[in-house]
Design a protein around this ligand. Structure first.
Ligand SMILES: N[C@@H](CCC(=O)N[C@@H](CS)C(=O)NCC(=O)O)C(=O)O
Length: 348
């Protein structure tokens, strides 16, 4: 565990940061009297300051966010100031992005000690860049470096798994590992793109749904900003992801074909795509198809099935009823949150 403080006299070094107003339930850092034995360096320090300034402007939550891993949460419950629990890794996300969910699932499963910082599309750009990423999320800032791709983050998880009894996402057997990589690559470029375009295509125009989604997943300053630039932001997403009738129809046809291929691969009754056990191929399919399957485990992000516009709900029902859809939902029920469940909390 990476919490390197002990009780004793002295002041928490973080307490000097005047902007630490602490929006959480933990004791305020200013009152902290525990001495630091050694301060783990937060890989996100500079960006934290930037975010803190913006957050404070809008009186949003304290940016000194605790790590969400089980040991840190339990340390917080025992009364340790959240400012003392510095995360060794920071996951920068658009919280409802399914590529981010893929990375988050890998990290939770590995028992990783990290904190998530979520931003709405477009707002994410300066924060990603400040953390050393290119533009896209997910970005994982670690002490060893910055990783800007969901597959690379899963590979990082395999190398850093601390949860007991958790097998690697890529099997050791070379032929099986290649097969996993082939499925995983294919899902990244098909399901990932198509599910996103379909879901956005159905919900972007639904003001009530979008407001609910935004209110759930980001702090207030981002919600206010979104209200101000809503037409620009939605127009930007539509143009950037080519969300138009033609694009949506093309994505639907391609998604159906991928679901048929996955169903065919499972036709002999196997429970996982490769090697008789859960791998990166299964995780990637389930996470990337989540926006069109709305697994109950992700209702925090996407809302319940009944909350989506009617036409979209009908599509969700149809896809859920396919063998591939049922398989992805089963993976969520059986695999997501079972390991490192303490981590599976909403982003801060
Ligand atoms: N291949 C990348 C794709 C990630 C991706 O498409 N991210 C989207 C969110 S779903 C993104 O960052 N979009 C914002 C942008 O392009 O500025 C991965 O697997 O990480």
């Amino acid at each position: 565990m990476d919490v390197l403080y002990r009780a004793g006299p002295g002041r928490c070094p973080q307490a000097r940061k005047p902007w630490c107003t602490n929006g959480s339930t933990a004791p305020v850092a200013r009152e902290c009297t525990r001495a630091a034995v050694s301060v783990p360096r937060c890989p996100y320090d500079d960006t934290q300051v930037l975010e803190a300034l913006v957050s404070n402007l809008f009186r949003a939550a304290c940016p000194c966010a605790p790590c969400r891993c089980a040991p840190c949460l339990s340390a917080l419950r025992r009364g340790m100031s959240h400012a003392l629990v510095a995360p060794p890794a920071v996951l920068i996300t658009i919280p409802f992005s399914h590529y981010c969910e893929k990375a988050r699932w890998g990290l939770d499963r590995a028992g990783a000690h990290y904190v998530e910082r979520g931003y709405l599309p477009m707002i994410h750009v300066p924060f990603v860049k400040a953390a050393g990423g290119a533009r896209m999320v997910p970005v994982l800032a670690t002490r060893e470096g910055v990783i800007g791709d969901s597959t690379a983050i899963l590979r990082w998880c395999d190398a850093h798994t601390i949860a007991p009894g958790v097998a690697a996402l890529w099997p050791e057997h070379a032929a099986q590992a290649d097969e996993v990589a082939r499925w995983e690559d294919a899902f990244d470029t098909t399901v990932g793109v198509d599910a996103r375009r379909l879901a956005y295509g159905h919900v972007l125009g639904d003001r009530g749904y979008m407001d609910g989604l935004v209110a759930r997943v980001v702090p207030r300053w981002q919600q206010l900003l979104f209200q101000c630039v809503r037409p620009l932001a939605i127009g930007g997403i539509r143009r950037g992801l080519r969300i138009n009738d033609e694009g949506v129809a093309r994505s639907l046809a391609r998604l159906d074909a991928t679901f048929v291929a996955v169903g065919a691969a499972l036709f002999d009754g196997r429970r996982y795509l490769v090697g008789g056990r859960f791998t990166a191929a299964d995780l990637t399919f389930a996470a990337l198809s989540a926006p069109v399957l709305l697994p109950p485990e992700l209702s925090y992000y996407y809302g319940a099935r009944d909350a989506v516009p009617e036409a979209f709900g009908a599509l969700v029902d149809r896809l859920r009823a396919t063998p591939a859809g049922a398989y992805a939902l089963r993976l969520y029920a059986e695999e997501r949150g079972r390991i490192g469940a303490g981590n599976s909390l909403p982003p801060i």
